[in-house]
Every structure is written in structure tokens, then in C-alpha cells.
Write a protein that binds this ligand. Structure first.
Ligand SMILES: Cc1cc2nc3c(=O)[nH]c(=O)nc-3n(C[C@H](O)[C@H](O)[C@H](O)COP(=O)(O)OP(=O)(O)OC[C@H]3O[C@@H](n4cnc5c(N)ncnc54)[C@H](O)[C@@H]3O)c2cc1C
Ligand SMILES: *[C@@H]1O[C@H](CO)[C@@H](O)[C@H](O)[C@H]1NC(C)=O
Ligand SMILES: *[C@@H]1O[C@H](CO)[C@@H](O)[C@H](O)[C@H]1NC(C)=O
Ligand SMILES: *[C@@H]1O[C@H](CO)[C@@H](O)[C@H](O)[C@H]1NC(C)=O
Ligand SMILES: *[C@@H]1O[C@H](CO)[C@@H](O)[C@H](O)[C@H]1NC(C)=O
Ligand SMILES: *[C@@H]1O[C@H](CO)[C@@H](O)[C@H](O)[C@H]1NC(C)=O
Ligand SMILES: *[C@@H]1O[C@H](CO)[C@@H](O)[C@H](O)[C@H]1NC(C)=O
Ligand SMILES: *[C@@H]1O[C@H](CO)[C@@H](O)[C@H](O)[C@H]1NC(C)=O
Length: 516
């Protein structure tokens, strides 16, 4: 077995096989031949345009092309390709699967874990220097950045190339008739990874998630076919890609129903600064009671950020100054030390400010650990649980000074779709509670423990009652991460996976695996 160049693509077999190849220390020339065959195939797929195929042996491959978002997880793909049209994507997928390689799409490259788990397991270390590995060990990455068109039809349906980043989507929709759609607040997140996993942002309470407004998608399948998926055609696939897209195909373009931009945006913030955990908690409890009312005005959105000695509550209201005045809850929050109010943002002015504040929070590359929990209206924490979490956050050893909890308020439109309408499982969602901790080098067990204890405390020590967002991948999830990400929808996903990608070509460590 060690002498064959046929690497079975099924992850377990692949893992065993690669381990034995490595241990035996043979077949270097066989693997070199396989690498050459694949390289030729990839170059043919893009009509010989070398700018579209970057190999691990190329100078600057790691620094200019791999660029992991989370430095905890260095990543060593075989090649990163930059196709310019769907037909090239299809040919690249076929090259990879014929050569028994895994394939990964890349949009904005903001995945939390860079999907490197297999390499870590195989080589038993987390740093890959590239020495001694040969060029044939990694996956083929299809970076879709060149698929970056945005067109808006007269019915307001936007066809959005999967390579656009959120800032591009926002700006291009604005330029195409002052349109907008719901999505997150990070300018550099890619719509490719975002709109295949959920896609929630400040205007989600009003308009829903990115997947809620998706009306169709062009998808390259594992067998190299290009299909148009919608409620009418390939409806199972369409159901799957709205929540678990990375395991099912490569979306080359999305169709989204857009909306008119809001005419006016009010922006508010309330800061509570205190060294007393009880004072911070008192403010948060008041905020929590108000904002988890099911009938809270959908035009009001909000984010709370908890950090050391600070609670920062901010938000946007998509309506007029006078409509906002009646909803302003600031006077009900005890201990506010600073407040700001801007009544008359334009849509783009507001988005610019929001994008900037998120860029300031998250560097392009860093060492970090993040863990989240979805909180539904039936799993809201009690006041004493909130007190316990603030006590932990403010007093426990954190292992880093750079940590914060983001509480992104949802409810409203994201809960309008029926529970099983798409594979994304978070209906009846109140908010996500997500703790993020960054450090100057690989994150330590002190940091992991600090983060995990906070989330577990927030869950009242009953993690089995909570799901996590598949957009915040976490390799430390115990048990079945797939169950955490997709809940009751996992079983149907596994069936669809067996039908469209039985060999697990689109393979990720925590992705949906085909039902046996
Ligand atoms: C700083 C930051 C802020 C964030 N804020 C929000 C937020 O406000 N709201 C929210 O909902 N999420 C948020 N996220 C999560 C984010 O939406 C997901 O991590 C998303 O998957 C990232 O997409 P990407 O294209 O940038 O990442 P990538 O790493 O390129 O892709 C992520 C995954 O999606 C797959 N994928 C990418 N493109 C395609 C495609 N065309 N077809 C099929 N699969 C594809 C990849 O294979 C990979 O598995 C945030 C993440 C970060 C890092
Ligand atoms: C906590 O709040 C009380 C008012 O409820 C205030 O008197 C006290 O100074 C605050 N303590 C700190 C440390 O902020
Ligand atoms: C929780 O605290 C909030 C804010 O202090 C308060 O309004 C609410 O009544 C409390 N809830 C319960 C169940 O005690
Ligand atoms: C409000 O505006 C500030 C800048 O003035 C910006 O940092 C913040 O992100 C905005 N918040 C919202 C929720 O719009
Ligand atoms: C008040 O909060 C705003 C927004 O967070 C910040 O820009 C400003 O500097 C703060 N002002 C003071 C006096 O702390
Ligand atoms: C938003 O930012 C863009 C640059 O990214 C700039 O061209 C535009 O004028 C800004 N718009 C507003 C309303 O601030
Ligand atoms: C999808 O998940 C939701 C939430 O867990 C559940 O209510 C629904 O029944 C599931 N749908 C399927 C098809 O399993
Ligand atoms: C490729 O897979 C799809 C989905 O399973 C299927 O409908 C199609 O017939 C397949 N095409 C070929 C050429 O096998």
C-alpha cells in the first residue's frame, strides 16, 4: 500500500495511508510524480495561466498566499488556485479528485481554524516548516477572489460572485441603486464562507440572515458538474448549502433578494466602566431583560461587548430620530459612565463606521482562541448565572489581557423561517455569546480554560442544551462538533452528502461526512 500513488480520499483511510507512507519513508519519487501530474492538470485547468496556480514550492507561498487568519493553525496546502470562471473551478475540482486530493474553497480566508487538523494529526506537531513533507501532502485550495461581479436585476435580485468580501458587497450594492442585504460587520470576511454558513449582522433583526435572502446559487459539485440550485432545482443541495456549504460544493455565485437602504440610521452607545463585577453585571442584567423581549422593535439592533472592567453597549436603529427616542433604553441601564448618540447617519456612513470598528477589533492575522454558544429564548440565563459569569470574567486568570465577549443580539427576522427550512439550525435564536481571546504567541491552556469556563458557566453547566455557530469553528469541541453546529439537521445533511459527495472531496475536519 505504501508504494501506491493512489491516496484514498476518505479521511480516515487517507490519514492511515499518509501516516504509513511517511513512517515508511519511501515513495518520495512516486509522490513527486503524482505531484507533477496534479500540477500539470491544474495548469491545464486554467489554460496555462501561472498567475492562477500557486504551489507550495513557490517563493512566498506561505506569506503571500496561505496567510492563515489564526496563527495557531499553520496550514500547508499543496496549491492555492485563483480561477476566473466557474468552468475553471470545475476543472480544478476534477484534477484534485482524480489525484485523490481534498478540495477546499476559500472566500475571505477568515475561518477560525484554517482547517488544518489532519496535518496536525499526521505529523504530530503544530508547526509545519515544510521540510521533509514533500509537496504532495496537502489539499487543493480554490480561492474564489476573482469571481467578484455584482449585478442587480430590475426585481432587486443581486447576483454576487462568491469572491466578494462583505465591504465589497455593501459598496457595490450601494452603487447599484442604493440596495443592501443582511450580512455581518467585518469588512474582510468573504461572502463565500459567510453566506454558506449563516451570515448575521446588525440589520439581521430587520432583514434576516444572508442565507434567508438567498434565492439561488451556482455550485460546482464534487463530480465537476456546475448546477444552479434553488427551491425548485437541486432543492436538497440548496437546503444543504444554506448552513453547511463547505461540505457540499463550491459556490461560484449567489442570488440574493436585496432591499432598499434605510433612509436614516441612529447610532448609540452606553459604556459602563467599573472595577466591580457586580456593577457591570447589574448593567448587563438590565440590558438583557430589555433586549430579550420577543417583541422588541426589529429596527433596533445592538451589540454588547464585555471586556476587562468595561461593558460597552452599542447599536443601530434603522429609522428616524423621533421613532428612536421612544425606544431609547439608556436611562434604564445603571452605572453608565459615557454615552454617545448620532441621530443622522446615512446607510454608508453607518456601514463605514461599523466596518472600521470591527477592523480595529480583529487583526488580519493573530493567535486567538474563540468559543461561542447560541442562546435561544428557551435557554436564556438567569440573573444569578449572569452574575457568576461576570465574576469569572473579571476575576479569573485569563492568560491574556486581550479578551472580549461579543453578544450579538438577534431575534426578529432570523426567526421567521421555519426550523427545518434550511440546514442552518438557529431558529428561536436570541443571540450568540462569543468569547474571543488573543495573545502574542500560540494560545495557552490558561486561555482555553478561561474561555471555556466562561461559556460553560453561561450555559449553566448544561452544554448539551446549546448549539454553536458553524461560522466560528472550534477544534476543541468535545464529542460531535457536527451535532453542535447543525443539531437535528445533521442527519438529513449526511444523507445529502452521501448523494452529492460520497468520497468526501470537500472535506474538512468538522464538516458533514457522508452517511455510510
Ligand atoms: C473578524 C470576524 C468577524 C466575523 N463576524 C461575523 C458576523 O458578524 N456575522 C457572522 O455571521 N459571522 C461572522 N464571522 C464568521 C464568518 O462569517 C465565518 O467565519 C465565515 O465562514 C468566513 O468566511 P470567509 O469566506 O471569510 O472564510 P474562508 O476561510 O475563506 O471560508 C470559510 C469556510 O467556508 C468555505 N467556503 C468559502 N467560500 C466558499 C464557497 N464559495 N463555496 C463553498 N464554501 C466556501 C471554506 O471552504 C471554509 O470551510 C466573523 C469572522 C471573523 C473572523
Ligand atoms: C458600584 O455602583 C454603586 C452604585 O450602585 C456605586 O456607589 C459604586 O461606586 C460602584 N462601584 C464601583 C467600583 O464602580
Ligand atoms: C433580573 O434582573 C433584572 C435587572 O436587574 C430585573 O429587571 C429582573 O426582574 C430580574 N429577573 C428576575 C427573574 O429576578
Ligand atoms: C456607532 O458608531 C461608532 C463610531 O461613531 C462605531 O464605532 C460603531 O461601530 C457604531 N455602532 C453601530 C452599532 O452602528
Ligand atoms: C465615549 O464613548 C465613545 C464611543 O465609545 C468614545 O469615542 C469616546 O471617546 C468616549 N468618551 C469618553 C469621555 O470616554
Ligand atoms: C465610506 O467609505 C468609502 C471608502 O471606503 C468612501 O468612499 C465613502 O465616501 C464613505 N461614505 C460615507 C458616507 O462616509
Ligand atoms: C432542523 O433543525 C431544527 C432545529 O434544531 C429542527 O427544529 C428541525 O426539525 C430540523 N430539521 C430537520 C429536517 O431535521
Ligand atoms: C454529478 O452529481 C450530481 C449530483 O449528485 C448529479 O445530479 C449529476 O448527474 C452528476 N453528473 C455526472 C456527470 O455524473
Amino acid at each position: 500500500m505504501a508504494n501506491t500513488v493512489q491516496l484514498p480520499i476518505r479521511p480516515l483511510l487517507w490519514l492511515l495511508h499518509a501516516t504509513s507512507v511517511f513512517a515508511a519513508g519511501v515513495s518520495h519519487s512516486a509522490r513527486a510524480n503524482s505531484a507533477d501530474t496534479l500540477k500539470d492538470c491544474l495548469l491545464n485547468a486554467v489554460s496555462g495561466n501561472i498567475a492562477e496556480v500557486k504551489l507550495s514550492s513557490d517563493a512566498g507561498f506561505q506569506t503571500d498566499h496561505v496567510r492563515p487568519h489564526n496563527l495557531n493553525f499553520p496550514w500547508a496546502p499543496f496549491a492555492i488556485t485563483y480561477p476566473t470562471e466557474a468552468s475553471e473551478v470545475a476543472k480544478i475540482v476534477t484534477c484534485a479528485s482524480k489525484n485523490d486530493r481534498r478540495v477546499q474553497a476559500r472566500g475571505g480566508g477568515h475561518d477560525y481554524t484554517n482547517k488544518c487538523e489532519y496535518l496536525k494529526k499526521i505529523y504530530g506537531r503544530s508547526r509545519l516548516s515544510g521540510t521533509g513533507l514533500g509537496a504532495g501532502d496537502g489539499a487543493v485550495v480554490i480561492d474564489v477572489k476573482n469571481l467578484n461581479q455584482v449585478q442587480v436585476s430590475s426585481e432587486g435580485i443581486a447576483t454576487v460572485g462568491a469572491g466578494n468580501r462583505l465591504k465589497d458587497v455593501c459598496e457595490k450594492l450601494h452603487a447599484n441603486g442604493k440596495r443592501c442585504m443582511p450580512h455581518g460587520s467585518s469588512p474582510t470576511v468573504g461572502i463565500g464562507g459567510h453566506a454558506t454558513v449563516g451570515g448575521l449582522g446588525l440589520h439581521s433583526r430587520l432583514l434576516g440572515t444572508s442565507i434567508d435572502v438567498m434565492t439561488g446559487a451556482e455550485v460546482v459539485l464534487a463530480n465537476g458538474t456546475i448546477v444552479k440550485a434553488s427551491e425548485k432545482e437541486y432543492s436538497d443541495l440548496f437546503w444543504a448549502i444554506r448552513g453547511a456549504g463547505a461540505s457540499f460544493g463550491i459556490v461560484t455565485s449567489f442570488d440574493f433578494q436585496t432591499n432598499r437602504e434605510p433612509d436614516n440610521v441612529v447610532n448609540f452607545s452606553y459604556t459602563v466602566s467599573s472595577t466591580s463585577p457586580a456593577n457591570l453585571s447589574a448593567a448587563f442584567k438590565a440590558y438583557h431583560r430589555i433586549t430579550t423581549e420577543r417583541n422588541l422593535d426589529r429596527r433596533l439592533s445592538s451589540v454588547a461587548v464585555i471586556s476587562k472592567d468595561t461593558l460597552l453597549i452599542s447599536g443601530a436603529f434603522f429609522g428616524s430620530k423621533s421613532d428612536y427616542a421612544g425606544l431609547d433604553f439608556g436611562s434604564q441601564i445603571p452605572g453608565v459612565t459615557n454615552r454617545t448618540l448620532k441621530n443622522d447617519f446615512t446607510w454608508m456612513g453607518h456601514m463605514n463606521a461599523t466596518f472600521k470598528s470591527i477592523s480595529d477589533l480583529f487583526p488580519a492575522q493573530s493567535y486567538f482562541y474563540a468559543k461561542d454558544t447560541a442562546v435561544t429564548y428557551s435557554t436564556l440565563p438567569s440573573n444569578s448565572t449572569i452574575d457568576a459569569v461576570f465574576e469569572h470574567l473579571q476575576t479569573a486568570k485569563s492568560g491574556t489581557d486581550t479578551w472580549f465577549v461579543l453578544i450579538d443580539l438577534y431575534g426578529g427576522a432570523p426567526n421567521d423561517a421555519a426550523a427545518g427550512a434550511m440546514s442552518y439550525p438557529h431558529r428561536d435564536l436570541a443571540y450568540f455569546f462569543a468569547l474571543y481571546a488573543r495573545s502574542g504567541s500560540e494560545t495557552t491552556s490558561t486561555i482555553h480554560d478561561f474561555v471555556e469556563k466562561a461559556v460553560l458557566t453561561y450555559q449553566d453547566n448544561k452544554p448539551e442544551n446549546f448549539l454553536s455557530y458553524a461560522g466560528y469553528t472550534n477544534l476543541r469541541i468535545k464529542g460531535s462538533p457536527q451535532k453542535k453546529y447543525w443539531g437535528a439537521n445533521l442527519s438529513r445533511l449526511e444523507g445529502i452528502k452521501a448523494a452529492v459527495d460520497p468520497e468526501d472531496v470537500f472535506s474538512t475536519p468538522q464538516g458533514v461526512k457522508p452517511r455510510a
